[in-house]
Design a protein around this ligand. Structure first.
Ligand code: PRP
Ligand code: URA
Length: 210
C-alpha cells in the first residue's frame, strides 16, 4: 500500500468528524467538505514537479518556485462537485473534466452516463470522489481514461473502504491514493462503516430524494 496515504492532519480529522456526525446540518456539512477537500488536495499535490522562477522582491532578486507541469482534475458526478471549489481555488489554471458515474442502488455496480474530459496527454490527473466504497466507480473512471497519455493518476477521496483500496491498488498499482480515512468495512448495502452515509445526499440536501 505504498501509494496510499492517509492524511492525519488535526484540522482534516476535525472536519471529517463533523462530516461523519449525523446531526451536522447541511451548511456545516458543505463547509467542512470544502475544508477537507482543500487539505487533502494540498497533500495530494505536494510533490508536483516545479521549476525555478527568478523574481524581484521589493528588496532583492529572489529565485523562487513555480509549478512546471500541467494538472487536470476529473470530477466524478455528483458527490465530487463538493471538491471542485477547493480544486479551482488552489489551481485556478487547471482544466476540469467530468465523468458521470452512478452506482446502481441494488447492485452497487457503476453505470457511466457522461464523459467530458480534456486532453490528458502528459498531464497529472487528480481524480476527485469523496467516497471510495467498492471502488467500482473509480475503477470505471480510470478505465475511461486509460490510453489517453496521462503522466500520472491520483485519487483524492475523503473516506475510503479497505475493499475499494484493495481493488484499486491491485488493478492500478501506479495509482496514488490520498484519503483522510480508511474505515472498517462495507455493509451489506455496500455503504462504508462507520463512514458518513450518502455523501451526495448529505451535501446536496437530497436525503428524501426518490
Ligand atoms: C457515490 C460516491 C462514489 C461512489 C462510491 O456516488 O460519490 O462516486 O458512490 O461507491 P463505489 O466505490 O462503490 O463505486 P453515487 O453513485 O451514489 O452517486 P452520487 O455522487 O450522485 O451521490
Ligand atoms: N457512497 C456514499 O456516498 N457513501 C458510502 O458509504 C458509499 C458510497
Amino acid at each position: 500500500m505504498s501509494n496510499v496515504r492517509v492524511v492525519e492532519h488535526a484540522l482534516l480529522q476535525t472536519s471529517l468528524t463533523v462530516l461523519r456526525d449525523q446531526s451536522t446540518p447541511l451548511m456545516l456539512f458543505q463547509r467542512h467538505g470544502l475544508v477537507a477537500s482543500k487539505l487533502l488536495l494540498t497533500y495530494a499535490t505536494e510533490n508536483l514537479p516545479t521549476k525555478p522562477k527568478r523574481i524581484q522582491t521589493p528588496l532583492a532578486p529572489f529565485e523562487g518556485t513555480q509549478l512546471s507541469e500541467q494538472i487536470v482534475f476529473v470530477v466524478i458526478l455528483r458527490a465530487a462537485l463538493s471538491m471542485l471549489q477547493a480544486a479551482q481555488e488552489l489551481f485556478p489554471e487547471s482544466a476540469i473534466g467530468f465523468l458521470g458515474i452512478q452506482r446502481d442502488e441494488a447492485t452497487a455496480a457503476p453505470k457511466r452516463y457522461y464523459v467530458r474530459v480534456p486532453d490528458l496527454k502528459g498531464k497529472h490527473v487528480f481524480l476527485l470522489d469523496p467516497m471510495l466504497a467498492t471502488g467500482g466507480s473509480v475503477e470505471d473512471a480510470l478505465d475511461a481514461m486509460q490510453g489517453k497519455g496521462a503522466k500520472s493518476f491520483s485519487l483524492v477521496s475523503i473516506v475510503s473502504a479497505p475493499e475499494g483500496i484493495a481493488r484499486l491498488t491491485t488493478k492500478f498499482p501506479e495509482l496514488h491514493v490520498v484519503t483522510a480515512a480508511i474505515d472498517e468495512r462495507l455493509n451489506d448495502q455496500k455503504f462504508i462503516v462507520p463512514g458518513l452515509g450518502d455523501f451526495g445526499d448529505r451535501y446536496f440536501g437530497t436525503n428524501d430524494a426518490e
